[in-house]
Ligand binder design. Structure first.
Ligand SMILES: [Zn+2]
Length: 485
């Protein structure tokens, strides 16, 4: 959980004006409900939200390196006049995304998978392609039509759903679903952009191969990229075909070492300072609180929320930050906005902090649900804990929901407060080394698989020549690190 404020609903807030324009990248006529200035305004608003919630990687040199590459590619694209921005977002899941108007993000998890500047340019080029071909605008037009008449109430997931689908809430609302044709077109455009900039085009296939490999391996990760992207085999194959059909450029730029030096010391994997589970207790060192979930529940620390589900998803709980208002007023606002029927309410304290809680009921398509929502103030933030289940199960879970809410307390353990993430360490090999040897030299619990993956090498026996720069992982292992993200 980062610095979450509210669910994004900007797609529903756009005013409608119809227009028919020619697509700048493809030249095809295109129906669009959205003007360019609206497109930019929407993108800008969401970009601000992303900085506030996901957060950007705190490394100015790295940010400007990524931005410079993106700006150069975008300046020669079909839409150079857009207010292009390129950022590295603080998220361990390998992904990249484009907002309307030219706001482009690559995650630190994506950088961890790459081994060259040409690969970075490939991914940025692909995302630029989504913007120049106005895919986001098309999607907004369709989603906008689909969303007419959609009410509020996004604060609360309105049914008891499996944990897996809860994983898709939150930021997932922001990521527009592109069609596979859109993806192919973005690949084509991205490939052309990097070729125009004399990058080694063979790197395009390599980065998508690595991404595919990582998604297959990390089943727990949210496969944001792969949910909409073409079958990876097909995409890698088309990139290879395109590479063969492209006349080779004598001084094509790979820029492996430059890139690797730039990502030296980057945080690797989930950052435990943003929260982790240990023995059913969720600790958040940065926000300095902990909370205990019932044993045997499935739990996950998502970007915007901590969620927990009882076996068979018979009950669900969710912890989020709900601004910094007074707990009682937050409770009133919740009852007003979430479309639920309020029940008994109480003012109370939790660990000495002001708090309020109330029961509620609601009708959903799946039948009636009932639950408890609690708000409490802690260190200038207001936390919301919701627990709900089907109406007939409520009496069995009510006590549990309240116990979880009341278990919220300040972290006092020094070892929790002092927890540190793992980091990428770029090292130059003094002698020929296999991946297995590299793992034995590492000062962390990193696996051979992980090392092979992030160095884009086939496996344990792969030999790396002396003098090569490679990624090593340093930092302590953390119990419970594997939890969900
Ligand atoms: Zn894409």
């Amino acid at each position: 959980m980062h610095r979450w404020s509210r669910v994004f609903v900007w797609v529903a807030c756009v005013t409608t004006t119809y227009g028919c324009a020619r697509n700048p990248a493809t030249g095809r006529p295109q129906l669009s409900l959205i003007s360019e200035s609206q497109e930019v305004a929407m993108g800008r608003e969401s970009a601000a939200e992303i900085s506030r919630t996901l957060g950007l990687v705190d490394d100015r040199a790295l940010q400007s390196y990524v931005s410079d590459i993106g700006q150069r590619l975008a300046a020669d694209s079909e839409r150079p006049e857009l207010p292009w921005e390129f950022h590295v977002v603080d998220d361990p899941v390998a992904n990249a995304f484009a907002l309307p108007g030219g706001f482009i993000y690559v995650t630190r998890g994506m950088l961890a998978l790459m081994t060259s500047e040409a690969q970075l340019a490939s991914v940025l080029g692909h995302e630029i392609g989504h913007v120049t071909a106005r895919h986001s605008v098309n999607q907004i037009s369709k989603q906008q039509l689909a969303q007419l008449g959609l009410g509020l109430g996004a604060v609360l997931v309105p049914e008891v759903r499996p944990l897996q689908s809860l994983l898709g809430t939150g930021l997932g609302l922001l990521f527009l679903k592109f069609s596979r044709d859109d993806e192919r077109e973005a690949d084509q455009l991205g490939f052309r952009y990097i070729n125009d900039h004399r990058y080694a085009v063979s790197e395009f296939a390599e980065v998508f191969r690595a991404l595919d490999r990582s998604a297959t391996r990390d089943e727990g990760a949210i496969p944001g990229w792969l949910t909409t992207h073409p079958a990876p085999d097909e995409r890698v194959r088309s990139a290879e075909e395109r590479t063969r059909a492209t006349p080779p450029q004598a001084d094509a730029r790979v820029a492996r070492d430059v890139f690797l030096r730039r990502i030296d010391d980057l945080v690797y994997g989930a950052d435990p300072r943003d929260g982790f589970f240990r023995d059913g207790i969720f600790f958040h060192p940065r926000l300095r609180f902990q909370i205990t979930f019932p044993s045997g529940w499935e739990t996950a620390n998502l970007t915007q929320a901590v969620v927990a589900a009882a076996p068979q998803n018979r009950a669900v709980m969710q912890l989020t930050i709900a601004g910094n208002g007074d707990p009682e007023q937050s409770l009133v606002a919740f009852f007003r906005d979430a479309g639920v029927r309020p029940g008994r309410t109480a003012r109370t304290t939790v660990s000495g902090q002001p708090a309020a809680l109330g029961e509620f009921e609601a009708q959903t398509e799946q039948g009636s649900i009932a639950g408890i929502v609690g708000f409490l103030s802690f260190r200038q933030q207001t936390y919301q804990v919701v627990g709900y289940t089907s109406g007939d199960q409520y009496s069995r879970h009510a006590g549990q929901f309240e116990r979880v809410f009341r278990s919220f307390e300040p972290v006092t353990s020094q070892s929790v407060l002092a927890v540190r993430p793992q980091r990428i360490d770029i090292v130059q090999l003094p002698r020929p080394t296999t991946v297995e040897e590299l793992r034995r030299q590492s000062a962390s619990d990193v696996s051979v698989d992980q090392l092979a993956l992030i160095n884009q090498l086939p496996g344990a026996d792969a030999r790396i020549e002396a003098g090569t720069l490679v990624k090593q992982i340093v930092g302590p292992a953390l119990a419970g690190r594997s939890a969900a993200r």
